[in-house]
Ligand binder design. Structure first.
Ligand code: FEO
Length: 388
């Protein structure tokens, strides 16, 4: 893949991975991106995952045309991008690593050495000229680790954005950007919305024609579309008007209530209704949907005098990722001593700016006339603004 006459893609596709970062299902694999800028000086931006170091070095060699790289720019030390550093430095003895102080500290931790005699220590706003190309380094702490920096190239207006604007999925599989970029963003960076906002503020002062992330495709068209989504996600705003119903069900009675509610919401004109069984569907996808839609209905049973395990796990994911600014409703089922609704609410009360619906649904074992009426009231309350 050629980004321009001088900027080339060196990345690799990983279809062997079972779980990205040890937890995320990636059905379409993963891409680890890396780039080289060929100028009077040659700079390589980031390495790739350990399993692909040799393939990446070969990709680099093909682009070098018997020249040697001068710099290895390390934007992020997470091993999916940094695992090739030692091999690169052994292969190219005259190259220098360009990185932040905290990145060099992490090199010491990961590799037992910090390349003290072969390094260029940089901080926010420092620049590096390669000839025609001028790089400016912009620190982006916690997008996604504290040492992260992104790199702006001002001749071709390219932002090398590290993990920002990345997505799950290898590059040899075609798929919609937003779905897997959203799941990636909410899962991996979602907690740090304010830090992403800070980066977007810095980026807004730059002319950007191309975004080169460390995962997912290079973006060079409709950049406003991607930046707008990042603005929404990082400010915890609603992306899609509608209701997401997240449920667990032991014998099907809570599922029946969740599905009945979904049907009524559709009948009442709710613009979008999504529903998921937390025990059977991808948890990261469910967390993503909770952040995507304006309203969330949580339906679960009381279990061991608390919340059913998959729902409890889901709520912890939401809290951990700074869930906020949404409307939340509760459906509980309990054959005796029900506490699920009360306990779910108590957990979510620690989140910022949540509105709990007036109506709740309390099922005793199975839906009956009383709980059906509560369900109808809840459906009407959730749809009230869609009628006007
Ligand atoms: Fe793709 Fe935070 O590493």
């Amino acid at each position: 893949m050629e980004i321009s006459n001088s900027v080339k893609y060196l990345g690799v596709n990983d279809h062997n991975i079972d779980l990205f970062e040890g937890q995320y299902i990636v059905e379409n694999g993963m891409a680890y991106n890396s780039y080289v800028i060929l100028d009077d000086k040659i700079a390589v931006l980031d390495t790739v995952d350990a399993d692909f170091t040799q393939e990446w070095l070969q990709n680099l060699q093909k682009q070098l045309d018997s020249r040697k790289p001068d710099y290895l720019i390390v934007q992020h030390m997470e091993p999916d991008h940094s695992a090739g550093i030692v091999d690169f430095m052994e292969m190219y003895k005259d190259a220098v690593i360009v990185a932040s102080a905290s990145a060099f500290n992490m090199m010491k931790q990961f590799f037992g050495k910090d390349f003290a005699d072969r390094r260029m220590l940089i901080k926010d706003s420092d620049t590096l000229s390669l000839g025609e190309h001028l790089l400016t380094f912009v620190s982006a702490p916690m997008v996604h680790w504290p040492e992260v920096m992104v790199t702006y190239e001002s001749t071709e207006n390219i932002l090398f954005s590290a993990d920002a604007f990345g997505k799950f999925g290898a590059l040899d599989v075609e798929e919609d950007w937003a779905c897997e970029a959203r799941r990636y963003y909410i899962g991996i960076v979602g907690k740090y919305g304010m830090q992403v906002q800070n980066l977007l503020k810095k980026a807004s002062a730059l002319t950007i024609k191309t975004i080169c992330p460390l995962h997912g495709p290079v973006l060079n068209k409709d950049l406003d579309y991607y930046i707008n989504l990042y603005q929404i996600w990082s400010s915890y705003r609603v992306e899609t008007e509608g209701v997401f119903i997240a449920y667990t069900s032991v014998y099907g009675h809570t599922k029946e209530a969740a599905e009945l509610l979904a049907k009524r919401l559709n009948e009442l004109g709710c613009p979008k209704v999504a529903i998921a069984d937390l025990a059977r569907e991808d948890m990261a996808e469910c967390v993503e949907d909770a952040f995507r839609y304006g309203k969330l209905v949580l339906a679960t049973t009381t279990y061991n005098a608390d919340i059913f395990p998959f729902m409890k796990e889901f709520l912890h994911h939401l809290m951990e990722h700074n869930y906020q600014n949404r409307t939340v409703a509760f459906i509980e089922n309990g054959s005796w001593a029900p506490v699920a609704a009360k306990n779910m609410k108590a957990l979510l009360e620690t989140c910022k700016n949540l509105t709990f619906t007036q109506n709740e649904v309390h099922i005793k074992s199975a839906l009956n006339e009383e709980s059906m009426a509560q369900l109808e009231e809840l459906a009407c309350e959730l749809c009230v603004e869609y009628h006007s």
